[in-house]
Design a binder for this molecule. Structure first.
Ligand SMILES: Cc1cc2nc3c(=O)[nH]c(=O)nc-3n(C[C@H](O)[C@H](O)[C@H](O)COP(=O)(O)OP(=O)(O)OC[C@H]3O[C@@H](n4cnc5c(N)ncnc54)[C@H](O)[C@@H]3O)c2cc1C
Ligand SMILES: *[C@@H]1O[C@H](CO)[C@@H](O)[C@H](O)[C@H]1NC(C)=O
Ligand SMILES: *[C@@H]1O[C@H](CO)[C@@H](O)[C@H](O)[C@H]1NC(C)=O
Ligand SMILES: *[C@@H]1O[C@H](CO)[C@@H](O)[C@H](O)[C@H]1NC(C)=O
Ligand SMILES: *[C@@H]1O[C@H](CO)[C@@H](O)[C@H](O)[C@H]1NC(C)=O
Ligand SMILES: *[C@@H]1O[C@H](CO)[C@@H](O)[C@H](O)[C@H]1NC(C)=O
Ligand SMILES: *[C@@H]1O[C@H](CO)[C@@H](O)[C@H](O)[C@H]1NC(C)=O
Ligand SMILES: *[C@@H]1O[C@H](CO)[C@@H](O)[C@H](O)[C@H]1NC(C)=O
Ligand SMILES: *[C@@H]1O[C@H](CO)[C@@H](O)[C@H](O)[C@H]1NC(C)=O
Ligand SMILES: *[C@@H]1O[C@H](CO)[C@@H](O)[C@H](O)[C@H]1NC(C)=O
Length: 611
């Protein structure tokens, strides 16, 4: 299937042999009225699915993306600048709703708005969770969603390069080649240069007898280990979804992408067998005329965990009670849409140490910064080649606190509905009861990490891995250009607070290990006088912030348990519609989630192509 574009025809008629090098469009002209598949969102999941579907030349695919292409900016490409794209023109600039459990603070939630989605803004750790994290997805009733089912898809998306011999010699990095993919799309490699204070963090966790697995990517992501980054090993530049999945497919005549267009609504028609999704409506700006495009086979939502549920609700797919508030008539009653919202959050514990060289030197010493940048450009190494977060620790409860049974008792004593939104539909409450039971068991499990520790030159970033709290994404307005009300309900459930209280005490004991005590630690935040559990709790509620992993809002699962999609990613109650992004995760895994999003999207592509 080849697209014939009027511009090309006109030029050919003039006798010129012009063929567009790319199928990327910036306006409606050049679009066909109908495609086999219309994909909403060109982020991690959308571009993965677009690439795989378009491998079949007889299928036609359109991707619609609200943002634009990046322009190879340094803050996109250079690992040492990872994270500085937050707040740029490639960020949706959203904030979560004010949270009474955080003293009414509104936490900002960066989200990519560009070809590549959040993979352009992310911090580039390319790790995986533990076997048990994914096996729980299956235990919840989703066959085909366990670790062994997903493992081939993790490999399929990855192009792994082992650490260099210099890095292995200096850092003792171990890895298991057999668990990695080497023919996949995303470049996965280790930083060629690592900030030296990382050594003292490794020694400190070793002092406290944290285990070091052979390779965290094997499903054994428990303990402290080096992780790869989504980074090209030769150029030391970011390997994001645009570069990994769009660029190599951009010349395919059966794949088109239109940028700067927001999908505002899904189109449907009533058939004898129920409601069928037939296409989408989209526009460049709030007051612009809406255009439409039809999908012969399916519409595929890949707009991310905040925008996919918004679009479903705008289109009448969701909880009728919520839709009615905005005068949206219900097309399909799927109460789970926008519920089960989860995000990883963290609190920092900040020490000063007498380290001779840290990332701060880049800002305090312009000579050092200039030399480092020159080194990066000539040799693709040095501080700017390191996205940081090279060695991460993931710990089960009993490995960082003696309070495991007290915390587990707190969870067991809860009525499972107590901390849910009061208007939570019964199906969701039932599904959450199963989750709560798994989470409670997990608190005492040796094979599930509750805490992540990221080291940042003296700051311990303490990430809560399996939150008990559940929030929601709800329409603020029936205007598609008004951001939805997104509420991860951080720290609503006191179990989440109890874990972080213990995590702070553990960070303090890390700072007092012989390996770190040698550098004269002085606790700056929250401060050595903040010691009682209630003072620690007050600090946690005042400081908690996002680790940028929103998910769960269109989870896989049976509709009776609050699920939104079936195990083949089809939205319940309608035909011709799937969701393939981070919103389908029923529970967060203990990891940074992009490699899981890629793997799940690879699985989705196979499901789509085989039905
Ligand atoms: C600042 C930051 C740091 C992170 N750090 C890491 C990390 O170090 N490691 C890691 O593993 N993960 C990290 N993540 C998380 C990871 O990037 C995301 O989990 C992943 O990108 C989610 O993929 P997705 O396909 O669900 O959504 P996205 O990649 O966000 O893609 C969604 C796309 O849909 C588009 N879109 C939305 N609504 C519409 C609409 N209505 N019409 C058209 N287009 C629309 C968006 O513009 C976007 O391009 C980070 C994320 C952020 C934001
Ligand atoms: C490509 O898609 C067409 C149309 O769905 C299908 O008939 C054909 O079998 C597919 N080809 C391959 C190689 O999968
Ligand atoms: C986000 O805010 C920044 C700074 O105010 C702005 O430059 C950028 O355009 C905004 N992004 C979007 C998508 O509006
Ligand atoms: C948070 O806001 C609510 C409602 O406006 C108010 O009742 C409450 O006192 C506020 N809490 C704090 C800590 O400011
Ligand atoms: C690497 O291992 C050697 C030998 O066990 C040890 O002396 C050294 O400190 C280790 N280096 C790091 C960075 O852990
Ligand atoms: C946790 O502690 C147990 C018991 O000491 C030990 O066997 C296990 O390896 C530790 N796990 C991690 C991740 O360090
Ligand atoms: C819904 O419709 C009713 C009746 O037409 C109107 O009074 C109300 O303002 C509308 N509400 C919204 C949120 O648009
Ligand atoms: C880095 O900063 C430390 C602490 O201020 C200082 O002792 C050291 O000399 C600096 N090194 C460089 C290369 O700037
Ligand atoms: C700044 O960095 C340069 C180059 O690394 C180094 O020679 C110099 O000593 C540093 N200055 C300070 C004050 O640390
Ligand atoms: C700790 O000390 C700081 C600085 O003196 C003070 O502002 C803060 O209130 C104290 N906190 C507690 C819990 O005592």
């Amino acid at each position: 299937m080849h697209f014939v574009r009027t511009t090309a025809i006109t030029i050919l008629a003039l006798g010129l042999s012009f063929i567009s090098p790319s199928q990327a469009l910036t306006s409606e002209s050049g679009l066909l009225p109908t495609y086999d598949y219309v994909i909403v969102g060109a982020g991690v999941s959308g571009l993965t699915v677009a690439n795989r579907l378009s491998e079949n030349e007889s299928l036609s695919i359109l991707v619609i993306e609200a943002g634009e292409f990046d322009q190879d900016e340094d803050y996109i490409l250079i690992p040492g600048l990872a994270g500085t794209g937050i707040g740029s023109k490639y960020d949706w600039n959203l904030t979560y709703v004010g949270n009474p459990d955080l003293g009414n603070r509104s936490v900002s939630i960066p989200l990519g708005k560009a070809v590549g989605g959040s993979s352009l803004l992310n911090r580039m750790t390319f790790d995986r969770g533990s076997r048990a994290d994914y096996d729980r997805w299956k235990t919840l009733g989703n066959s085909g969603w366990g670790w062994t089912d997903l493992f081939p898809f993790f490999k399929k998306s990855e192009n792994f390069t082992p650490p260099t011999s210099d890095i292995i010699d200096e850092w003792n990095v171990t890895y298991d080649q057999s668990v990695h993919g080497t023919t996949g799309n995303v470049q996965s490699s280790y930083a060629p240069w690592i900030w030296p204070s990382t050594k003292h963090f490794i020694s400190a966790v070793t002092d406290l007898e944290v285990r070091i697995p052979l390779d965290g990517a094997s499903g054994d992501a428990l303990g402290g280990f080096f992780v790869s980054h989504n980074q090209d090993p030769v150029t030391a530049t970011r390997s994001d979804a645009r570069r990994a999945y769009w660029d190599p497919a951009s010349g395919r005549p059966n794949l088109q992408l239109v940028t700067g267009r927001k999908v505002t609504k899904l189109l449907n028609r009533q058939t004898a067998r129920g409601v069928q999704i037939t296409g989408v409506e989209f526009a460049p700006s709030p007051y612009a005329q809406r255009s439409i495009v039809h999908a012969r086979k399916e519409v595929i939502l890949a707009a991310g965990a905040i925008h996919s549920p918004q679009l479903l609700q705008l289109s009448g797919i969701g909880d009728p009670a919520l839709l009615a508030r905005h005068n949206i008539s219900t097309v399909s009653n799927v109460p789970g849409v926008g519920r089960n919202f989860q995000d990883h959050l963290y609190v920092p514990v900040v020490f000063s140490f007498d380290f001779p060289l840290t990332a701060t030197n880049l800002t305090t010493n312009s000579t050092f910064a200039a030399e480092s940048l020159a080194l990066y450009h000539t040799d693709q190494t040095g501080p700017y080649a390191d996205a940081t977060g090279d060695f991460l620790a993931f710990l089960p409860t009993a490995n960082f606190t003696s309070q495991t049974s007290a915390i587990q008792q707190l969870a067991q004593s809860q009525h499972t509905t107590l901390y849910l939104d009061p208007d939570t539909p019964a199906t969701l409450a039932r599904g959450y009861a199963s989750q709560h039971e798994l989470l409670t068991t997990g608190l005492a499990a040796e094979n599930e990490a509750q805490l992540e520790i990221i080291w940042s030159d003296g700051t311990f970033i303490l990430g809560l891995q399996h939150p008990f709290s559940r929030g929601s994404v709800r329409l603020a307005s029936s205007d598609p250009f008004t951001p939805p009300l997104a509420d991860p309900a951080y720290l609503r459930n006191p179990v989440d607070v109890a874990i972080l209280v213990e995590a702070i005490k553990y960070a303090r004991s890390l700072a007092q290990t012989p390996s770190l005590a040698a550098f004269n630690p002085v606790e700056l935040v929250p401060g050595g006088n903040v010691t009682s559990d209630s003072d620690l709790e007050a600090y946690i509620r005042g400081a908690a912030d996002s680790l940028f992993h929103p998910s769960g809002t269109c989870s896989v699962g049976r509709v009776e348990l609050g699920g939104v999609v079936d195990t083949d990613f089809r939205v319940h109650g309608v035909s011709g519609l799937r969701v393939v992004d981070a919103s389908v995760f029923p529970l967060l895994p203990a990891t940074h989630i992009q490699s899981s999003v890629y793997a799940v999207a690879e699985k989705a592509a196979v499901a789509i192509l085989s039905s």
